[in-house]
Design a protein around this ligand. Structure first.
Ligand code: SF4
Length: 451
């Protein structure tokens, strides 16, 4: 019988994509995916060290495999890959001795041979490589959903924001060849994929390393013409978002009117300490330009609360930006020092009770904006790509609008939610909540390739 494996993913979209590639590699090696750790001969953790929480969850989950490994007749091979593997390497074996293989962010393609070495040598194997100049894009992948694909266009980051570990674990920016990205999207369109998300730590700088200047707007224009119905991208840096990228978004109905533009703080003093290289005025001018060009744009952001030295005035500036930018969604984080970053050594860490109080006020402000934006959609018709049954209620269908908002619709009688997964429908919006909309299907569009 085929060997079995389970991949558990922590962290960002790039990690989700890496997990699809790990799944593809292991399937190509003749292995079979399972959903329970107790049934898996191999468990692979694709890890993230951007947030402390993911770091802690990983260690808890790996530790919990110890008893499963001891009980299974054939044992179990435990693998840690991704950012924490890259950062901690052999140190992980000291902390978690039942781990068999550790690999990093630059040698994902070596996983099958590392598993083989661990098996033959009967001891743990660690392989961490420094960033290579190459972009390994030709690995097999197993998409989680047939209608959606992650398409990496660049990896790494040159920005060195003072709180961020990414440049150290993912390396400097490396872009994929333009024609290769477009050809992949054409293949995906032929394969029935309806939505792609172009991925990069800083997609706006796509191409700078290869072509001497960013070519992201050009790439968007080309991908919009491949036959993919809905194109998303993440993540954008405010200092690099160009007018040509905004024009590309506005110029193609296939490019979703949704933009994730992390502001991180509204205080110029804190932005400087974060090494973000823009001011709140620059950010808000960008937001004005975006709404002037696309009044229906859904704007989301990331915000860190409690960065070292953040005063009440700095925090008030952040609340000011939230209210002016009218975010549809904001991922809010309490600052946690990441070992190895510049901010980890900064003085004036903000007391925990102060940070929590600010965090609560920020969440309330964000929720107000989100509800306000969603209420404006009541009475409109939104094109929704359904993903299947809602996680909470099997009689309700869930999907996402162009603006990436969750929409719930009652499942028509005698129909299966799976019939709708991966289909577009026009939905009349009747009710708005903070993080979701409710409505009814006006017209089932089915599998449609454009508009
Ligand atoms: S832009 Fe800053 S926050 Fe984003 S990945 Fe690069 S260093 Fe990290």
């Amino acid at each position: 019988m085929n060997e079995t494996f389970l991949v558990r993913t922590f962290g960002c979209q790039m990690n989700k994509h890496d997990s699809e590639r790990v799944t593809g590699l292991l399937c190509a090696a003749g292995m079979r995916p399972v959903t329970e750790a107790s049934e898996a001969d191999v468990v692979v953790f694709m890890t993230c060290c951007v947030r402390e929480h993911a770091d802690e969850r990983l260690r808890g989950q790996v530790a919990s495999l110890k008893s499963i490994k001891a009980k299974r007749p054939g044992g179990q091979t435990v693998v840690i890959g991704g950012c924490i593997g890259q950062r901690d390497g052999a140190l992980l074996l000291k902390q978690l001795p039942h781990v068999d293989v550790v690999f990093g962010t630059h040698n994902l393609s070596h996983l099958p041979s590392l598993l083989e070495s661990a098996r033959i040598e009967r001891h743990s194997v660690v392989e961490i490589l420094d960033a290579t100049g190459e972009f390994t894009s030709d690995l097999p992948g197993e998409r989680e959903h047939s209608w959606h694909a992650w398409v990496p266009v660049m990896v790494g980051c040159d920005n060195f924001c003072s709180y961020c570990i990414v440049p150290y674990v993912r390396g400097r920016e490396r872009s994929r060849v333009f024609e290769e990205v477009v050809a992949e999207c054409e293949r995906l369109a032929d394969d029935g994929v309806l939505e792609v998300t172009l991925l990069g730590q800083n997609v706006n700088s796509y191409g700078r390393d290869l072509y001497g200047e960013p070519r992201f707007a050009e790439l968007l224009n080309a991908v919009a013409r491949t036959g993919i119905a809905r194109v998303r991208f993440a993540t954008s840096h405010p200092k690099d978002l160009s007018d040509s990228t905004i024009a590309a978004m506005a110029g193609h109905p296939q490019i979703a009117r949704a933009l994730h533009l992390p502001v991180q703080s509204g205080s110029d003093r804190i932005l400087k300490a974060m090494n973000r290289d823009y001011t709140s005025t620059h950010y808000l001018k960008l937001v004005d330009r975006l709404y002037a060009t696309m009044p229906d744009l859904a704007l989301s952001t990331d915000i860190i609360v409690g960065f070292p030295g953040e005063s009440e005035d700095d925090f008030a500036d952040t609340l000011g930006v939230v209210n002016k930018a009218r975010f549809d969604q904001a991922f809010t984080f309490i600052y946690s020092p990441r070992q190895g970053t510049a901010a980890a050594d900064m003085d004036a860490q903000v007391p925990e009770d102060v940070v929590h109080d600010r965090f609560d006020r920020l969440v309330a402000a964000v929720q107000n904006c989100a509800l306000d934006k969603n209420r404006k959609l009541v009475g409109t018709v939104q094109r929704v790509l359904f993903t299947g049954a809602s996680k909470r209620d099997a009689s309700v269908l869930a999907g996402r609008t162009e603006g990436n908002k969750v929409v719930h619709v009652r499942l028509p009688e005698d129909r299966d939610a799976d019939d709708y997964a991966g289909r577009f429908a026009d939905v009349a919006i009747e009710e708005a909540r903070i993080w979701s909309l409710t409505g009814y299907i006006l017209q089932d569009i089915g599998v449609k390739r454009s508009g």
